[in-house]
Design a protein around this ligand. Structure first.
Ligand SMILES: N[C@@H](CCC(=O)N[C@@H](CS)C(=O)NCC(=O)O)C(=O)O
Length: 264
């Protein structure tokens, strides 16, 4: 087999969508050229990046003649196109389960979690920069949904109704995941797969962002799942590439309850 061309990945933090592509590349041990696209500096809306990905979203993968966007199908491409261990189940029912969860993570849970992130992290961090520059950059954003997210984050303009819907989805997601992990050790079933990577890039933040709802008492299976994933060398390597304090959220997973202190 001919060695595949070295891929180039445009990513931000190992968080959510960019994290998925970074993690599968690390899990497969693929040498890639990484370019950090600073989301807070709105580099994803600069003409040179839009020439690659006209939607102005991160990540983008360039592999030979192919330019790939959309992180979840991108993970599947990486898994299939490169040598190394496979993270897509060969068994049809496990593949269905993996894709069911990936769809749930991407279309139901991620938007709810992302709203909290934009309110708590992106908005305040962006305000440390020049507001005039940011306002001008927002006007150039191609996607209406992203323009609106930036606008709301900058002016802390999220309605009570959308914030409470985001919380409701978050709690429902935790409930469903905890129940699933009572039946199966991993998202697809018996083995670690793309579904776990997809869930982890959202879930690594659960214990620090929702400590009252995701902890060793209320969601022990989720905590155990996060710890098993966190112990993987590829995860450590990927999260070491983080440049903001988001990456430090990994540490809240590894702290185990102190039985003496808790009086257990
Ligand atoms: N559906 C896309 C979404 C990508 C996405 O929205 N990425 C965020 C970073 S996690 C982004 O690029 N945001 C840029 C912006 O809102 O300006 C994917 O899965 O790749």
């Amino acid at each position: 087999m001919m060695a595949p061309e070295r891929p180039v990945l445009y990513h931000w933090e190992p968080n959510s969508n960019p994290g998925k592509a970074m993690l599968i590349l690390a899990e497969k041990g693929i040498d890639y050229e990484g370019h950090y696209v600073d989301l807070l500096a709105m580099e994803q809306h600069r003409p040179e990046y839009l020439a690659l990905n006209p939607r102005g979203t991160i990540p983008t993968l360039v592999h030979g003649q192919n330019i790939l966007t959309e992180s979840t199908p991108m993970m599947e491409y990486i898994d299939a196109a490169f040598p190394g261990p496979r993270f897509t189940p060969g068994n049809a029912i496990e593949r269905w389960r993996m894709r069911w969860w990936m769809r749930f993570f991407d279309s139901y849970l991620a938007p709810a979690i992302s709203m909290g992130g934009w309110k708590r992290f992106i908005g305040p961090a962006a305000l440390e920069r020049d507001i005039g520059d940011i306002e001008a950059a927002i006007d150039r954003i191609p996607l209406e949904a992203r323009r609106s997210a930036w606008h709301k984050a900058l002016h802390d303009d999220f309605s009570e109704a959308e914030l409470s819907e985001s919380q409701r989805r978050y709690r429902y997601g935790l409930y469903l995941l905890e129940a699933h992990l009572c039946r199966f050790p991993w998202i697809a079933g018996n083995d670690y797969s793309l579904g776990d990577m997809n869930g982890f890039t959202l879930g690594y933040a659960f214990p620090s962002v929702q400590p009252d709802y995701c902890n060793d008492c209320k969601t022990p299976r989720i905590m155990d799942w996060l710890r098993r994933i966190c112990a993987r060398p590829a995860v450590r390597k990927t999260w070491s590439l983080g440049r903001t304090h988001l990456a430090s959220r990994l540490e809240a997973i590894t702290v185990k309850p102190d039985a003496d202190k808790e009086g257990i």
